[in-house]
Design a protein around this ligand. Structure first.
Ligand code: 5GP
Ligand code: ZN
Length: 115
């Protein structure tokens, strides 16, 4: 737990969030500014800054993917979904506690803006 980290504070319950799924090692909660009908963030309980750091913890990485799959099922994303890990400056990553965006519930359009 890092006191200065927004998502660590969501894990601890200090900052409220709409949690849709929780396991021992992951938390999934609704994005505060949704970009699709379903927009859920999946994070590991353990603090890792980004997906590169998460890759060094294969068990946590697998748990994040399994929770993303569970969220897609729970949210009934039968038409499919998009999983995004923004990583570093060029991606526009804003929160440096790794999170998978689960986006779905409608056709999502091109993969990148302006395409
Ligand atoms: P990034 O740009 O780092 O990939 O995504 C960060 C995401 O966190 C954004 O989609 C943003 O809307 C979301 N977010 C930022 N602050 C909060 C918050 O306090 N609560 C929740 N639920 N989502 C947040
Ligand atoms: Zn954190």
């Amino acid at each position: 737990m890092e006191n200065s980290c927004l998502f660590c504070r969501i894990v601890s319950g200090e900052i409220p969030a709409t949690v849709v799924h929780r396991t021992e090692t992951t938390v999934a909660f609704r994005d505060i500014d949704p970009k699709a009908p379903t927009h859920v963030l999946v994070i590991p309980v353990a603090h890792h800054a980004d997906v590169v750091a998460l890759a060094a913890d294969p068990s946590a990485a697998a748990d994040v993917l399994a929770t993303a799959a569970a969220v897609a099922e729970k949210e009934d994303l039968t038409g499919g979904f998009r999983l995004i890990f923004n990583t570093g400056r060029d991606s526009g990553q804003e929160v440096f506690h790794v999170h998978a965006h689960v986006l779905g519930g409608a056709p999502l359009g091109p993969m990148l803006a302006g395409q």
